[in-house]
Design a protein around this ligand. Structure first.
Ligand code: NOJ
Length: 442
């Protein structure tokens, strides 16, 4: 299918997952640097400093690969601690210069940066002051966002405040992500505050005079009850509420649902809220960014077929890329959404090493290609139905630091050798390049 003129075909990464190079260039440590040092927190003891892709040093290599892929957009994030090692206060000029160089190089290659301000790597210095559980985090984030808009607002066309705010809940409430607490009350406060911070970021954007557009990225892992039994329907409903509606109800709808407020109240985990918090998230945004990977089958009796929505699950055996369109249509209908949409992440993960085929020397990741075909035909059908999708960002350019899974879970179009840091094209990379070409009518 021929895509609309200007449609963005991109790849996505994030700072903590690809920059590597330890604390080089004066980066202040993030909660993920600290969390990864805890025994057992990350598979094989991998850390963002040692086991990412060293893009801080090898950005040009990544850029060449992107040019060869033919993408016209790159979704990346700023490491808060690289520009503000303490989270607030003194700027780190080397970090500031680094991102400006990245943006300029991308733009001169015809690749539009889509820049996320918060992709999970909170400066540890701020965690030491209470992190996202502390309401001051809203002001810390707003000040940081304001600085970024003033530094780069002249050249960055697309901004995202926060990526997948559920990560704060997983970090403070469930303990599987940094900073690794298992306190549901804190988890709820943290996820409430990160949403408020996102709104404060939008406010800063409007008053900074930056050009461009700003949106928020929320991942949707729609629950599908395996049977019609009332307990399965109830479970699916409850998990939808906890895992994505908490965020979308507030951002795209009219506020938290009575169900979730009531549930938290009964549990004694209800967060502190102020009217001001909701004023901030009610500020209009320019687009909604949806991350879509899969749906999640749930049932009380049968063993769960998939782990609860997160970012890494070895047991998510069945993929439903084609449900992307159904899920987006559900969101549009649910909230009467009438702003443009980007698919800010979509991709296929593989547990364990993928090895090259001896005959061709290439990783034959046909399963990934099949998945991508399904997802992109879903995007095509949405466009045919007149839905205003402006872009698609494939997760991810290259195998990288996959959070708790370390280097053991692979999402890349390119394989990364974590000893030599060499990036090698998999079959899916060639496939994506060809798909983009034909979508542009070349
Ligand atoms: C969502 C997250 O934004 C990203 O950081 C992660 O690597 C991918 N999903 C894959 O799990």
């Amino acid at each position: 299918m021929r895509y609309p003129e200007g449609f963005k075909f991109g790849v996505a990464t994030s700072s903590a997952q690809v920059e590597g190079c330890g604390l080089d260039g004066g980066r202040g440590p993030s909660i993920w640097d600290a969390f990864a040092l805890r025994p057992g927190a990350v598979k094989d003891g991998a850390t963002p400093g040692k086991n990412a892709c060293d893009s801080y040093r090898l950005f040009d290599v990544d850029l060449w690969n992107m040019e060869d892929l033919g993408v016209n957009a790159y979704r990346m994030s700023i490491s808060w601690g690289r520009v503000l090692p303490q989270g607030t206060g003194q700027l780190n000029q080397a970090g500031v210069d680094y991102y400006r160089r990245c943006f300029e190089k991308l733009l001169s290659a015809g690749i539009a940066p889509n820049v996320t301000l918060y992709h999970w790597d909170l400066p540890q210095a701020l965690e030491d002051r209470g992190g996202w559980v502390n309401r001051d985090s809203v002001r810390w984030f707003q000040d940081y966002a304001d600085l970024m808009f003033r530094l780069y607002g002249d050249i960055v066309p697309t901004w995202v405040t926060v990526n997948e705010p559920i990560a704060t809940y997983v970090g403070y409430g469930l303990g599987a992500f940094a900073p690794g607490y298992t306190n549901k009350r804190w988890g709820n406060q943290a996820r409430h505050n990160v949403m408020t911070a996102s709104g404060a970021g939008v406010e800063a954007f409007r008053s900074s005079g930056a050009k461009g557009e700003i949106g928020v990225v929320i991942d949707i892992w729609k629950r599908v009850p395996l049977t019609d039994a009332p307990e399965d329907l109830a479970l699916a409903m409850d998990e939808d509420e906890e895992n994505w509606k908490f965020y979308t109800d507030r951002l795209l709808g009219t506020g938290y649902s009575p169900y979730i407020l009531d549930k938290f109240e009964k549990e004694g985990t209800l967060m502190d809220m102020q009217d001001e918090d909701f004023r901030l998230t009610d500020l209009p945004i320019d687009f909604y960014g949806m991350n879509y990977y899969n749906t999640v089958p749930v049932s009380v009796k049968k063993q769960r077929e998939a782990a609860s929505g997160g970012n890494f699950a070895e047991d998510r055996r069945v993929s439903h890329p084609e449900k992307l369109s159904e899920v987006l249509k559900m969101i549009i209908k649910m909230y009467g959404l009438n702003i443009p949409v980007y698919i800010t992440e979509n991709g296929f993960g593989h547990a364990g090493e993928e090895t090259a085929d001896l005959a061709t020397g290439i990783i034959q990741d046909d399963d990934r290609i099949e998945y991508l075909k399904g997802a992109l035909s879903s995007v095509e059908s949405l466009l045919r139905d007149g839905i205003d999708i402006r872009g698609y960002y494939l997760w991810t350019l290259m195998d990288n630091f996959e959070w708790g899974a370390g280097n053991t879970y692979k999402y890349g179009l390119l394989h990364t050798d974590f000893d030599t840091l060499r990036r090698t094209w998999k079959k899916s990379a060639y496939w994506y390049r060809d798909y983009i070409n034909s979508a542009r009518g070349k």
